[in-house]
Ligand binder design. Structure first.
Ligand SMILES: *[C@@H]1O[C@H](CO)[C@@H](O)[C@H](O)[C@H]1NC(C)=O
Ligand SMILES: *[C@@H]1O[C@H](CO)[C@@H](O)[C@H](O)[C@H]1NC(C)=O
Ligand SMILES: *[C@@H]1O[C@H](CO)[C@@H](O)[C@H](O)[C@H]1NC(C)=O
Ligand SMILES: *[C@@H]1O[C@H](CO)[C@@H](O)[C@H](O)[C@H]1NC(C)=O
Ligand SMILES: *[C@@H]1O[C@H](CO)[C@@H](O)[C@H](O)[C@H]1NC(C)=O
Length: 432
């Protein structure tokens, strides 16, 4: 296949393109589910039971599974190496600046890494023609972050498993790491699907929570994504009809995957945010539970429910750490959205293609905008991967209007890949 044929001009009418169109349209519909909640109030975890955050409802199933495309391609450019050493263990990675760097960015090619990226976010395969958003590196002020070296990463992760657990933004970070670790698919032939080992195989077309797991043969390194939008344990309320019935969403009980597989995990990266909306809960027939009993939704805002869930999963993991001495747990803070002049379903847009119009720096006095996560992790062994501030400066790096030929809706939530989640993984890499 010629490279040019992968761009839209060459594939119109091709069955593959039609498939992608269907997927794209489905995804646009589905994507609304991930963009729904307008939770803006962030109360610290102490003020848990207040009423009153406004949640704007839309939504439907939380079913946004993407199927990875087959068709691996050999790759030309290995990721750039850098001899900077890792001396940043006490570094505040959230404070620093974006610096232009066309020499080392992007870390991999979106065209070559097609296999591991959802078509919905592979902006190199869309109509987009400006790629200046790819040419910046996040540089923390008081430490050097090593450039990503996939050989070094795999060697350090020998016999180890890294798990991303969360929503579609967690999946983006996972896909980004797959591209980084394979060197943009250069090592694809070394990678084996091991989803079965973690019960991640689901019926074809099934819209069920799921995930994927791949293992690098040479180093026995596993990279896994597990879809859990709330990180809470879901329990069918009608056991004779578990698929279609109502579920209890236990704010104080960890997701089953964690309790089942924690002993097999070496690095865990969690996130949860964009699915905390009353409409999504209603649509999924999920009812908030605490202490094994239902909570009246008038008594607890969904934003506060998120705070409780975040606090509980962090506390639970903190208690597990002594029994799992090799385990490193990271909680990634919220990934900012950039809808302007409306929300995702009311004509909101993110049209800028000019990088860093609102500044390139996060200062030491800029506090995290995901304070519930920061507060919950304080004093525990769980580390915060605080990406909110510096990602917020990158409104031009979203998928925007480029997903399909006809602009149905803007995506100002998900990021183009290669792109911003690569920088999240770089500061993760610096800490493992
Ligand atoms: C980096 O390359 C992009 C094209 O990929 C270009 O638009 C941009 O101006 C370049 N940036 C710098 C700082 O040279
Ligand atoms: C791979 O690593 C796991 C531990 O994560 C270990 O149990 C297993 O024996 C390793 N397999 C090989 C073939 O080295
Ligand atoms: C990886 O696991 C294999 C098989 O269990 C073992 O022989 C090897 O020493 C391990 N390597 C490391 C670095 O732990
Ligand atoms: C549970 O599901 C079964 C099968 O669909 C149904 O017949 C029954 O009425 C349900 N029970 C409740 C309490 O909703
Ligand atoms: C960080 O501080 C600067 C300077 O005081 C301010 O202009 C900027 O808006 C702050 N950024 C955030 C995200 O609060």
């Amino acid at each position: 296949m010629k490279k040019s044929s992968r761009f839209n001009g060459g594939v119109r009418g091709h069955p593959f393109f039609l498939t992608i169109s269907v997927i794209t349209i489905t995804v646009i519909f589905v994507w609304g589910w991930d963009t729904t909640p307008k939770i803006t109030i962030q109360l610290p975890s102490k003020q848990q039971f207040h009423v009153g955050t406004t949640i704007t409802p839309h939504a439907s199933n939380d079913l946004e599974e993407q199927h990875l495309l087959p068709d691996p391609k050999p790759v030309s450019s290995p990721p750039s190496l850098d001899s900077e050493s890792n001396k940043g263990n006490n570094c505040n990675y959230a404070v620093g600046k974006w610096v232009p760097d066309n020499g080392t960015r992007p870390i991999y090619s979106g065209v070559d890494c097609k296999k591991w990226l959802s078509p919905m976010a592979n902006c190199r395969l869309m109509k987009r023609t400006d790629f200046s958003y790819e040419g910046f590196r996040w540089k923390p002020d008081n430490c050097d972050v090593p450039e990503f070296d996939n050989e070094d990463f795999l060697n350090r992760m020998k016999n180890k498993t890294i798990v991303f657990m969360g929503d579609s933004l967690g999946r983006q970070q996972y896909q980004s790491l797959m591209c980084m670790a394979t060197g943009g698919s250069r090592l694809d032939s070394d990678v084996e699907d091991v989803g079965e080992e973690y019960d991640l195989v689901k019926p074809r077309h099934a819209f069920l929570p799921g995930g994927s797991a791949y293992r690098f043969g040479r180093t026995n390194t596993t990279i896994l994504f597990y879809w859990s939008v709330s990180l809470c344990k879901l329990e069918a309320l009608n056991s004779s009809d578990p698929e279609n019935g109502y579920s209890a969403m236990h704010l104080d009980r960890p997701e089953k995957f964690l309790t089942q597989y924690l002993h097999k995990i070496d690095v865990l990266v969690l996130n949860t945010k964009h699915h905390w909306g009353q409409a999504k809960l209603d649509r999924n027939k999920w009812f908030l539970y605490l202490n094994g009993t239902p909570i009246n939704k008038k008594k607890l805002s969904v934003a506060n429910a998120r705070n409780i869930a975040v606090t509980n999963v962090i506390n639970w993991l903190n208690l597990q750490l002594p029994q799992h001495p090799g385990l490193k747990v990271f909680f990634r803070t919220l990934s900012p959205r950039h809808f302007a002049n409306g929300d995702w379903d009311t004509g909101g847009r993110c049209d800028s293609t000019i990088p860093l119009e609102s500044g390139n720096q996060v200062f030491p006095w800029n506090v995290s905008e995901d304070s519930p996560v920061v507060e919950a992790a304080k004093g525990t062994g769980v580390k915060v991967l605080d990406i909110t501030g510096f990602s917020k400066l990158r409104d031009e790096a979203h998928v925007s209007r480029f997903r399909s030929k006809i602009v149905l809706k803007y995506d100002c939530l998900h990021w183009c890949l290669p792109g911003i989640p690569d920088e999240w993984n770089k500061i993760l890499y610096a800490q493992i």
